[in-house]
Design a protein around this ligand. Sequence first.
Ligand code: TXA
Ligand code: MG
Length: 336
Amino acid sequence: MAELLQPTEQNLARAAAALRAGEVVGMPTETVYGLAGTATDARAVAKIFATKERPTFDPLIVHVAPEMSLEGIVASVPTRARTLMDAFWPGPLTLVLPRGNRIPDLVTSGLPSVAVRMPRHPVAQALIREAGVPLAAPSANRFGRISPTSAADVQSELGDRIGLILDGGRCELGLESTVLALEGERALLLRPGGVPKSAIEQALGIEVLPAPKVEGPAASPGMLASHYAPRKPMTLLDAPLERATFPAALPRIIGVLAQSGDAEQRARELSQRLGVTVRVQVLSASGDPGEAARRLFASMRALDGSDAELLFAEPCPTEEGLGHAIADRLRRACAR
Ligand code: TXA
Ligand code: MG
């Protein structure tokens, strides 16, 4: 199993040395944990893909530290990108920009663009700084599975395949960065995430457009329909729990991901109505979107690990702000 390391100076130096030697390392960020490798080293990048069993048509995000030069990472920084960096970096916004000459093909899946982000988690920043190289890092889960939001989650996803995981505590945001492409005069939202669309529109003064639908391997494969999924089948309900339609035939025990309210009370009510045992995970008792985002993946993981045989998710009450990303992840987790 991987060693879980506290982020002491000594352990950061050790993890940085492993990265420089071409190894991959579990790294905390404010969004989710990443599986980091040196972005300019094609062999390290190949190791990331192999470890995650990720198809190579799905490009990676390059992570930089605040004092790091973007030279060679991106070919240019358009004015609008600069505006967004000033407003949201360090933080959960990934920008898709013209690719620089130090970035190997494998990172971008051969695309002429590269995705770049500056995380604000102090341990991620310290690790990048100490390694002295930009780090490619996808979320540290097996391909298509639930993203990890704690070091223990990384251990259970990839612990048998990697040597080191830096423990930076529970992720502050709990879901991934927003991925935005700047193409000519247009800003395209490739993945909703930690920075809401409205905040980007406010900073840029232009509308952010949805990513165009593409056939086959996607332009941004985080957009693949089935993603972030538990092992057990999960169905997105058609309405809030009280009014939701459930299938007529249910197993003895079901699991429900509820948006808000009291877990025990909701389990009791539903159990009476359906005549089966119900395990409930509530995202936020008070319906706070920040808390819901933070707990989303951990709650899915808990239901996946429970004795429930079939899972259901209550739809997110809003698609505004963080609700957009929460609703997106729920739809993908429920897609088969
Ligand atoms: O919050 C995050 O972004 C986390 C943490 C670890 O930083 N990382 C993450 O990486 O979510 P990953 O690999 O799970 O998702 C990367 C997303 C995918 O949707 C991918 O398709 C998109 O970024 N992407 C990467 N490079 C791209 C490019 N050149 N053009 C379009 N989309 C790109
Ligand atoms: Mg991912």
